[in-house]
Ligand binder design. Structure first.
Ligand code: Z5A
Length: 217
């Protein structure tokens, strides 16, 4: 595919949304076509699944139901939005993707890596990120940042130990897949984090320069 696929990962409140919007501006200033999206979500069907997943009244949800719903939302997102955008040469920036499922449902809910891996294969149809940035932050700090600006959803409401397991899983993934996954310290200022992210992204954009679409949306 001609495009470039970059995902941002991390615990709740680590600053992914803040950094995605900065990265979008940075890349647009170089004339590239940028598509920003998120998981779960990114298409009407996937957003409807997101509502079910995050609804705090759905406390009875079985871990396997949760896993299948995240992957179902992803299957639609990839087929309807991500793959066509990549085929058209866009730079796609996604707030979360498969590594969140590995960390939250795999490590957090203790579902086997084999099961999670098989479902990733089915849902992604082979669409994997070129680069993943984990913004690493103590979950206590992330939850504190989020507490100020919205009510807790079903996943956020898990005990802090759950979020610690998720953080550990992201860091372990980054060790295993050190070529693809880069860790940036989320306790720095937004400007410093944006600088580190640009330093990781710019060389990749340069490598793909001839293939990327430079028509603004
Ligand atoms: N989930 C899952 O379980 N399995 C999956 O496969 C997938 C997801 C894909 C989605 O929730 C939930 O689904 C999520 C994981 C689970 N639940 N949890 N936990 P979401 O999309 O609603 O929430 P989120 O992805 O966790 O993101 P967030 O809460 O929106 O946080 P964020 O995007 O990382 O942070 P932010 O919005 O940029 O910043 C949060 C606040 O901190 C805000 O007030 C900022 O101004 C401030 N901020 C940002 N950066 C800084 C720095 N550097 N210093 C100080 N303050 C900062």
């Amino acid at each position: 595919m001609n495009g470039l696929f970059i995902t941002l990962e991390g615990v709740e409140g680590s600053g992914k949304t803040t950094q995605l919007s900065r990265l979008k501006k940075h890349l647009e200033s170089t004339g590239h076509r940028i598509v920003v999206t998120r998981e779960p979500g990114g298409t009407p069907i996937s957003e409807a699944i997101r509502d079910i997943l995050l609804d705090p009244t759905n406390g009875a949800m079985h871990p396997m139901t949760e896993l299948l719903l995240y992957e179902a939302a992803r299957a639609q997102h990839v087929a309807e939005h991500i793959r066509p955008a990549l085929e058209s040469g866009a730079i796609v920036l996604s707030d979360r993707y498969t590594d969140s499922t590995t960390a939250y449902q795999g490590a957090g809910r203790s579902i086997s890596p084999e099961t999670v891996g098989q479902l990733h294969q089915i849902a992604t149809q082979g669409v994997w990120p070129d680069l993943t940035i984990v913004i690493d932050l103590d979950p206590t700090e992330g939850l504190r940042r989020r507490a100020d600006d919205h009510a807790h959803d079903r996943i956020e409401s898990e005990p802090v130990d759950f979020h610690r397991q998720v953080r550990t899983a992201f860091l372990a993934l980054a060790e295993i897949e050190s070529e693809r996954i880069k860790v940036v310290d989320g306790s720095m200022s937004p400007d410093e984090i944006a600088g580190h992210i640009a330093a990781l992204v710019d060389p990749l954009v340069e490598q793909k320069r001839g293939q990327l679409d430079r028509t603004p949306e």
